[in-house]
Write a protein that binds this ligand. Structure first.
Ligand code: ADP
Ligand code: MG
Length: 498
């Protein structure tokens, strides 16, 4: 071999070695990065862990807080608001009624025709529109003028000029925010939630605001009931099945109500109703307990939200927030490793990842997880291998599993409070025989998260059985109420007329 050839061979060997070294180095770095990501996932799983023992602690805490909220004004983070709804629809209601529902994401308008028998309930055209986002931080006038205008359009379309008898229309206003009621048809806004911020409206009578806007438009319509969305769902549940005593909403936000004995509402001594009970709007979104499994992502989400230190439970279990928790985990992984490629600025945008997309990724059953790839692409993350897509699915699973299981613990807490969880409840003057006899109990559930996200629903129902045990679970029926909040509110306003 000539000198040149030897030199050339030596250079080639050196080059090959350094290429190999670079590859080994890269592989090691990539392995280290993957390890970092796995550690972040493991930490998330540990922090979101909800073994049944912990869920039971949440159940107890919920029942205790309910007591405290009923005992005195401000006694708990649970407001346990009076609704002045003491009689629920029976099925004998007759006539035509309207409902307008302001949710967190959508507003809905519908009309129901009632024939005086439970089986004769005709729900006419449910109109559902996204709430234009500029309204959420506009003014009271702009918001209510918009609602009145939408109602007018609906009526024109529905009635087609047929309300010639000049009968005043009765409307239920389903309002999904905390209200301090003074009667079934009036009450003032306590605070906004779910991203709404029209501060001038806090302390205002909500039904009056809507009635004013309807009058300004010359609409012959009377706001006959101001109804929390959970109370609407309870009303529809009860209408179909009088064993319905609890209603829960899992939509943009989350809340629950239930039928309570008036003598257990200690903060309102002397409260008399013909039925001896009243629906209590718990405003459970604000529930808090040290037993709730909280992660650093929850803490950051709360701190950066428009209502920091508020609605802690809602921020762990409802549709507005699940997507943002998942986004925060992906963002951290992308900052601490390169498995998602260069850091996408889109990932830093709050609420850019919607819970609808979380369920679409979670329930992606294509072999290559194409839906996951598509949604990641929308977030500015392209070409990630299947292994990374699986990791994203796992994040969705951990966050949603925690949500579903905590939601179940909340429901079991209510059942415990009213002595329907088989444990004997926390005694509150309830007789032994009442406690011991397990009654059939229906829980009406509605909201976009529950209706559309199968895994959330399954995790919730599975955990409820785990908490209550097989035997007691047989007496607890969870019933989905599509559009229950709006339909039920119309039934409630109808029941006031008969
Ligand atoms: P609102 O809260 O305005 O009354 P909904 O009860 O319909 O409206 O809930 C809407 C919310 O439900 C959405 O903002 C979203 O968070 C959640 N949601 C709707 N569809 C899905 C879905 N397919 N997967 C997961 N979450 C969903
Ligand atoms: Mg709703």
């Amino acid at each position: 071999m000539g000198k040149v050839a030897v030199a050339f061979a030596a250079v080639a060997v050196v080059a090959a070695c350094s290429v190999a070294a670079v590859m080994v180095d890269r592989r090691m770095k990539s392995r280290r990065k993957w390890r970092t990501v796995v550690e972040i996932l493991k930490e998330l799983e540990d922090d979101c862990d909800t073994p049944v023992g912990r869920l039971r602690q949440v159940v107890d805490a919920m029942a205790v807080e309910m007591h405290a909220g009923l005992a005195s004004e401000g006694g708990s983070k649970l407001k346990m608001l009076l609704t002045f709804v003491d009689d629920l629809p029976t099925g004998r209601e007759k006539g035509t009624y309207y409902a307008l529902h302001l949710g967190g994401t959508y507003f809905r308008i519908l009309r129901v025709l009632l024939g005086g028998q439970r089986s004769y309930l005709d729900v006419q055209d449910v109109e559902r529109h996204p709430i234009p986002s500029h309204l959420m931080n506009s003014t009271s006038e702009v918001l209510f003028n918009f609602l009145a205008f939408s109602l007018e359009r609906f009526i024109e379309k529905e009635e087609n000029g047929s309300n010639s008898q000049g009968v005043r229309r009765e409307l239920a206003f389903t309002f999904s925010f905390p209200v301090k009621h003074t009667s079934i048809s009036s009450g003032v806004l306590i605070k906004w939630t779910k991203g709404f911020e029209i501060s001038e409206m806090v302390g205002q009578d909500i039904a009056e605001c809507l009635q004013g806007a309807l009058n300004r438009r010359g609409l012959d319509m009377h706001v006959g009931a101001l109804v929390n969305d959970t109370v609407g769902a309870l009303s529809l549940g009860y209408y179909h099945d009088p064993d319905t005593v609890v209603a829960v909403v899992f939509g943009t936000g989350s809340n629950a109500c239930y039928l309570e004995r008036t003598d257990a509402i200690i903060k309102c001594q002397g409260l008399l109703t013909t039925s001896g009970s009243m629906v209590v709007n718990m405003e459970w979104g604000n529930f808090w307990s040290s037993h709730l499994p909280r992660t650093s992502y929850d803490i950051d989400l709360d701190a950066e939200s428009s209502n920091a230190n508020d609605m802690g439970f809602e921020k762990m279990i409802s549709g507005m927030y699940l997507g943002d928790i998942v986004r925060r985990v992906i963002l951290r992984m992308s900052q601490e490793s390169d498995i998602f490629g260069p850091i996408s600025p889109v990932l830093s945008e709050p609420y850019i990842l919607r819970t609808n997309s979380v369920s679409a990724m979670h329930e992606d059953d294509t072999p290559e997880l194409q839906e996951v790839a598509r949604i990641l692409k929308d977030l500015g993350v392209s070409d990630v291998p299947v292994k990374v897509r699986k990791l994203v699915v796992k994040i969705c699973d951990v966050v949603t599993r925690r949500a579903g299981r905590l939601a179940a613990a909340g429901i079991a807490g209510i059942l415990k409070k009213i002595g329907r969880d088989g444990s004997g409840g926390i005694t509150s003057g309830r007789s032994r025989s009442e406690i011991q006899m397990q009654k059939r109990t229906v829980v009406a559930v509605e909201g976009g998260l529950y209706m559309n996200y199968t895994m959330f629903r399954e995790y919730m129902e599975e955990a409820l059985v785990e908490i209550l045990g097989e035997e007691v679970s047989q007496y607890v029926v969870v019933k989905a109420m599509e559009d229950g909040s709006s339909i039920g509110s119309a039934l409630l306003v109808a029941s006031l007329q008969s």
